[in-house]
Design a protein. Structure first.
Length: 331
């Protein structure tokens, strides 16, 4: 084995810990609506979501992994220490926001962490500016698309089923929400697990273990398994915020929110755009709530979530820069 193999293995394990915490932190995104409408118990919901998180390994490719791994930070300045520091910063930020029940984006924490450590090593030239255009643009577009799709689906379904008996409507959409929750979890696993795949593959390329940036199948399986396992354990503090504090949902509203989120994630993943699953489902829930009346959405809660989004990248970057300088003493 190469001399640096133990260090590479250590960093891969830390990356998988981040992936696990991503699933743990973002479990609320996958299950909040289906739990808040009482279609599934929390225990059954996390099993359902975890299954579809892992199923994405066989369906959604590696386009996002390539964007994150080689399109955002110049690989020539990336070292094992940079990647390790980036992961540490992202993990610390995820744990802080999980503790306080703040549904921030694990994806943005990873981007900020990776970039912050790279800048700490080589300065601003480490950043590939063109690679950040789509991800930063979709900080705004992902929740907006989710909101518009959620609003449109909710308005359309309300009109189409306006003459149905409420009991029959509720029973139908309780069944359909199982499908929409599964599809959303599929999109969540597909987009989020690939970000960690990109980091690990970038590490293997810079360490000389891979000649080209192609994600090994074992990396795919490990990353999808880690995020599914994290989802299985769940992040209950954030479920309450996502499922009840933004707006009240009925089964057909939950179906519309999850469907809107799934459509957005499938499109973004196919296009290789890393987006925030947290942003996407939050926008979709807000769009569903707004069909009743604007006051049905608790905009103050939504506003606090937005501020957390804005701060995630710079704070995760700062934590990673500090981690990088600390790690230099050991490497």
């Amino acid at each position: 084995m190469p001399i640096d193999a133990p260090l590479i293995i250590l960093i891969i394990l830390v990356a998988l810990v981040f992936d696990f915490l991503n699933g743990f932190h973002d479990a609320a995104n996958s299950i909040a609506t289906v739990v808040s409408t009482r279609v599934l118990s929390p225990q059954k919901a996390v099993v359902w979501a975890a299954f579809f998180n892992f199923a994405a390994a066989f369906l959604l490719g590696t386009h996002v992994a390539k964007t994150v791994g080689k399109g955002m930070v110049d690989l020539s300045v990336v070292t094992p220490e940079v990647i390790l520091a980036g992961l540490v910063g992202a993990i610390v930020w995820n744990l802080i926001t999980w503790y306080y029940g703040i549904p921030v984006s694990s994806s943005h924490a990873l981007w900020g962490g990776y970039a912050g450590a790279a800048v700490a090593k080589a300065g601003p030239t480490a950043i590939i500016a063109s690679g950040w255009v789509a991800p930063l643009l979709f900080i705004v577009l992902a929740p907006l698309i989710g909101l518009i799709l959620g609003f449109t689906l909710m308005a359309s379904i309300t009109w189409l089923f306006r003459r149905w008996n409420p009991f029959r409507l509720d029973r139908l959409f309780r069944r359909l929400q199982l499908l929409s929750a599964g599809l959303y979890s599929l999109g969540h696993g597909g987009n989020d697990a690939q970000k960690t795949m990109g980091i690990i593959t970038g590490l293997l390329v810079t360490a000389g273990h891979l000649k080209t940036f192609e994600v090994p199948i074992w990396v795919e399986i490990l990353c999808y398994a880690a995020i599914a396992l994290g989802t299985l354990f769940g992040g209950w503090r954030i479920v309450k915020t996502m499922g009840t504090k933004i707006t009240k949902l009925q089964p057909f509203g939950g179906f519309c929110a999850e469907s809107a989120g799934a459509i957005t994630l499938f499109w973004a993943t196919g296009a290789g755009i890393p987006v925030s699953t947290t942003h996407t489902i939050t926008g979709a829930i807000m769009g569903v709530g707004a069909t009743r009346r604007l006051s049905a959405v608790k905009w103050g809660v939504a506003g606090r979530i937005v501020w957390a989004w804005v701060l995630t990248i710079p704070l995760a970057a700062a934590m990673s820069a500090i981690s990088y300088f600390a790690l230099r003493r050991f490497f």
